[in-house]
Design a protein around this ligand. Structure first.
Ligand code: AMP
Length: 112
């Protein structure tokens, strides 16, 4: 729990929790890349997707449903992007698994 997200989950660092349940929180990204940029963060301190295993199957499915629920709530269900950066080579900077929800700008295939 020693990453910034672990500290937010533990209540040691303040963040606006847009959603919370027993498995995850959703917060706005502090440095948004688009008008809508949220992070869905599991409470379980998995460092990255590649460290997930079969025990995490239900959790990972739950996180994806929370992504869809948040996009619906924010009115962007018809156009958003879901990103997981995995490992330093994948652009990950905080080593506590999180899913980016990004919306509100024109997305092209070439933006990937
Ligand atoms: P990644 O590069 O996939 O590891 O993404 C980490 C994200 O966490 C970046 O988009 C940061 O802007 C965001 N971030 C870092 N610290 C905070 C924080 N205290 N609250 C919200 N978002 C944060």
């Amino acid at each position: 729990m020693d990453t910034v997200f672990g500290k937010i989950i533990a209540g040691e660092i303040q963040a606006e929790k847009l959603y919370e349940d027993e498995h995850c929180i959703v917060i706005p990204d502090i440095n948004p890349a688009a008008p809508v940029h949220l992070l869905v963060i599991p409470k379980k301190p998995l460092a990255m997707l590649s460290e997930a295993d079969e025990d995490d199957q239900l959790l990972l499915g739950h996180l994806m449903l929370v992504v869809a629920k948040m996009a619906n709530q924010l009115g962007v269900a018809d156009g958003y992007r879901v990103i997981i950066n995995n490992g330093a080579g994948g652009g990950q900077t905080v080593f506590h698994l999180h899913i980016h929800i990004i919306a509100g700008f024109e997305m092209k295939e070439s933006d990937m």
